[in-house]
Design a protein around this ligand. Structure first.
Ligand SMILES: *[C@@H]1O[C@H](CO)[C@@H](O)[C@H](O)[C@H]1NC(C)=O
Ligand SMILES: *[C@@H]1O[C@H](CO)[C@@H](O)[C@H](O)[C@H]1NC(C)=O
Ligand SMILES: *[C@@H]1O[C@H](CO)[C@@H](O)[C@H](O)[C@H]1NC(C)=O
Ligand SMILES: *[C@@H]1O[C@H](CO)[C@@H](O)[C@H](O)[C@H]1NC(C)=O
Ligand SMILES: *[C@@H]1O[C@H](CO)[C@@H](O)[C@H](O)[C@H]1NC(C)=O
Length: 472
């Protein structure tokens, strides 16, 4: 009974705070310069940056927890980062979620002419300016700021700590693939991990998917093959090419591996707990005479139609509800993350082709990718050696089932730059999700360690502050 009321109370708080985060009082748009790094008259053009704020748990003067937004609308990340909400009462922290420039509502006018100002350095400068402005407005200049982020947001959180140590005391960078640049890690890791996840769930499942691509290819040589395939895949409109169907299948498997959370969730799509296992159960349960392609299709349908509400699949024209479009620009300029697919994976193998990448980007945006820029600006090569003597207070958390995990920092670097790694468990920034009663022990432990680190940073900060004041 006691447990029951505690849970209800948590749910209630969660709802009120989310509601508050969704409709925050007061001004939540900050005018920002389009360009922080030069003083040309056009640099002063303004765009409005959105942020969400909740002071529900805040003790004035207490810590400020900031989510460094990534490539989508900020509400999406806020509603999938319940961890910050969960720990805010303990720290009596102010919660701030900042939207990344050029995403969601934080878009400048005349996008086509301003795309050059969409990059990670400008984004970090936006965060620095917003945090300073907010602290000033709240008369809370001495509040310690901790930054949080997952995926690209985690990369930004880690880099923010390294570039702006005077603005944040520490960073929790969850599933941050900061080493996916400039050949630091093998380019085949992503698909290798996805494949391993399916193999771990069921060897048969892995093999069925691996064999399905050839069966799919047959349709490109068949008379009326596209119509047949469209019928089989229940498409809303007839397909124009076979590769669209294979891309659709591939997305289902890679995205599901990314969000193979231990509890039901709705990050990329509504899915049950451990959806990779669920997909493999679908595949393994099929009657023996069924084709590999039919099984693969049925498994992919779990990803696209778990809610059961789809009448047909819009395979050619998948929707982009979170506005991820700007990422293609970033991938064509600074975020050059080479990806290939080995013949050991369950996908069709392909090589990374830098030339083709360059030509595509030139054609699409008129710009050439700069593959060495990120490692020049933020580092990455020999990261352990470099950060051992520079920087502090960063947690890199990774679950080894996450396709992006091999590109993360997986070793402890110093006593305050630490890697929390879960073997054979953990999907894409699982730790940032809201706690649930069903969470496995490893996840609770990971979060406990994260909270303990953050506590340490904050108490060191206050102790330094006291010493400084006494010295005056
Ligand atoms: C702080 O206040 C100023 C003046 O009212 C306002 O222009 C600015 O947007 C505020 N900063 C933030 C982060 O909201
Ligand atoms: C989606 O699931 C529902 C319920 O199982 C089913 O009736 C429907 O046919 C499915 N849609 C597609 C396109 O397969
Ligand atoms: C895709 O969807 C968009 C928006 O719903 C629509 O404007 C466009 O015509 C569609 N394209 C195709 C090929 O169906
Ligand atoms: C798989 O790839 C490796 C390395 O690229 C190559 O040596 C090998 O011949 C390939 N095997 C098959 C069956 O294609
Ligand atoms: C890093 O150190 C922490 C203790 O501070 C430990 O719990 C963790 O397992 C270590 N990480 C790795 C990858 O060894």
């Amino acid at each position: 009974m006691e447990r029951m009321s505690a849970c209800l109370c948590l749910v209630f708080l969660f709802l009120t705070v989310v509601a508050e985060a969704k409709y925050p009082p007061g001004d939540t748009l900050l005018p920002q310069n389009l360009d922080h790094f030069s003083f040309q008259p056009e640099s002063y053009r303004i765009f409005h940056q959105k942020y969400l704020i909740s002071s529900h748990f805040w003790r004035k003067g207490g810590p400020i927890f900031v989510y460094t937004g990534n490539e989508g609308d900020i509400e999406w990340f806020a509603s999938n980062t319940g961890f910050m909400l969960d720990i805010a009462p303990k720290f009596q922290a102010l919660l701030v979620f900042i939207e990344h420039r050029f995403y969601g509502e934080s878009k400048p006018h005349n996008l086509a002419k301003t795309m050059g100002y969409l990059n990670s350095q400008q984004a970090l400068a936006d965060y620095a300016i917003l945090i300073r402005s907010l602290k000033q407005n709240l008369s809370s200049e001495a509040s310690p700021v901790v930054v949080f982020g997952g995926s690209y947001g985690g990369m930004l959180a880690a880099w923010f700590r390294l570039k702006y140590p005077h603005i944040t005391i520490g960073a929790l960078a969850s599933s941050a693939p900061i080493l996916q640049f400039d050949k630091i890690v093998p380019s085949s890791s992503f698909y290798d991990v996805v494949s391993q996840d399916f193999k771990d769930a069921s060897l048969n499942c892995f093999e069925v998917i691996k064999k399905s691509w050839r069966e799919l290819e047959v349709f490109s040589t068949m008379k009326d093959g596209l119509q047949e395939l469209s019928k089989k895949f229940r498409t809303c409109k007839d397909l124009h090419a076979v590769y669209l169907a294979s891309r659709w299948l591939e997305t289902a498997f890679t995205d599901t591996a990314m969000v193979n959370y231990p509890t039901p969730a709705n990050f990329m799509a509504p899915l049950p707990a451990y959806p990779v296992e669920e997909m493999c159960k679908i595949i393994d349960r099929f009657p023996l005479e069924a084709s590999n392609l039919d099984r693969a299709f049925a498994a992919a349908s779990l990803y696209y139609n778990y809610s059961g509400s789809e009448n047909c699949f819009d395979i050619e024209n998948q929707t982009d509800p979170h506005g991820l479009n700007g990422w293609y620009w970033q991938a064509c300029t600074e975020m050059v993350m080479p990806i290939s697919c080995s013949n050991q994976s369950m996908f069709q193998p392909f090589e990374y082709d830098e030339k083709v990448d360059q030509e595509d980007c030139l054609k699409e945006y008129g710009v050439k990718p700069r593959p060495h820029w990120i490692t020049t600006e933020f580092g990455g090569h020999r990261i352990e050696m470099v950060l051992k003597r520079f920087g502090s207070n960063i947690i890199f958390s990774n679950g080894m089932q996450d396709p992006w995990s091999r590109e993360g920092v997986l070793k402890n670097i110093s006593s305050s730059i630490i890697a929390l790694v879960t073997k054979k468990a953990g999907a894409h920034h699982t730790d940032l999700r809201a706690a649930t009663k069903e969470d496995p022990e490893w996840l609770k432990e990971q979060r406990r360690q994260e909270v303990a680190e953050i506590e340490k940073w904050i108490s060191e900060y206050y102790s330094d502050l006291r010493q400084e004041e006494q010295a005056k």
